[in-house]
Each structure stands twice: as C-alpha cells, then as structure tokens.
Design a protein around this ligand. Structure first.
Ligand SMILES: [Zn+2]
Ligand SMILES: [Zn+2]
Ligand SMILES: [Zn+2]
Length: 142
C-alpha cells in the first residue's frame, strides 16, 4: 500500500480527517533518515509551523511517527508500519545517523530474550552511538 493511502486509512480509522498538511508532513518524513523537528519544519515550509507540530503530535499518538532519542534530543521517523524495521547508529561528533538494516539473528535473539523473561515483544528500538567513519580520524576518543 502507498504510504499516503495507508495514512488515509489510519486517520479514518481514528475519525481524523485527511488534510493536505498531514499528507505533506508524511511525505517530508518519507524515504529518508530521521529528522529533527526543526528540519521537518523547514521541509514543510509551505505549512504553518503550528500545524506541523500538531500533525506530528497526532502522528505520534496514532503510532505513525516514532521518536528516536539521541541524548536529550530526539528525531522523528515514520514507524515500522510505514517504513521497514531497522536500527540506527548515530555519530556523537557530526550527528550523522546511519541506518542499520534489519539483522535476522539480532531480531531472533531479542525475541528469545523477551520470551526468557515471559515477555511478549511488540516493538523495540536499538540506537548505537559512536563515531562515524569520517569523524574517527579527526576526533580520536571523545
Ligand atoms: Zn531510520
Ligand atoms: Zn561523524
Ligand atoms: Zn530490530
């Protein structure tokens, strides 16, 4: 299903209307790595800032968007329902976010770990932080 059609479905299921602004916020988040709220506002420059904030709040409530915590900051990304499941490695120096594609061994291990604690796993996020290839030679150890 197209993400825009999927968005319509989720909004309608929750009695929310499908607006051009909401579609534009979805489009801005699509097909790329996580954005900060500031970056998202810039990408949605023909939409009122408050509308972008409200759309994101709604998307978070409906699990369309998830927050990735990086220290005290966070970035926004489409949830796994809209985006293939993956993890991230964030560079502590330049802030670059490298997507790590899904690793079946890791996923299976997390599942087994949850089961060992009699826990049903619904979702998880894994965020690695360190230095990217570009920053390693210049920064050394932080
Ligand atoms: Zn991502
Ligand atoms: Zn870096
Ligand atoms: Zn995973």
């Amino acid at each position: 299903m197209q993400p825009s059609a999927q968005l319509e479905q989720v909004l309608k299921q929750h009695g929310q209307s499908v607006t051009a602004a909401r579609q534009a916020v979805l489009a801005a988040l699509q097909g790329q790595e996580p954005l900060t709220m500031g970056e998202l506002v810039i990408r949605c420059n023909d939409i009122d800032r408050a509308t972008v904030y409200r759309s994101v709040a709604l998307f978070e409530r409906l699990s369309i968007v998830q927050r990735l915590q990086a220290g005290w900051k966070y970035k926004l990304e489409l949830s796994d329902a809209f985006h293939e499941h993956h993890h991230h490695a964030t560079c502590l120096h330049c802030g670059q976010v490298v997507p790590l594609s899904e690793d079946p061994k890791l996923e299976a291990y997390l599942h087994d770990l949850a089961v060992a604690y009699n826990f049903t796993l619904r979702k998880h996020q894994i965020e690695l932080s360190g230095l990217c290839a570009t920053c390693q030679p210049t920064v050394g150890s932080l």
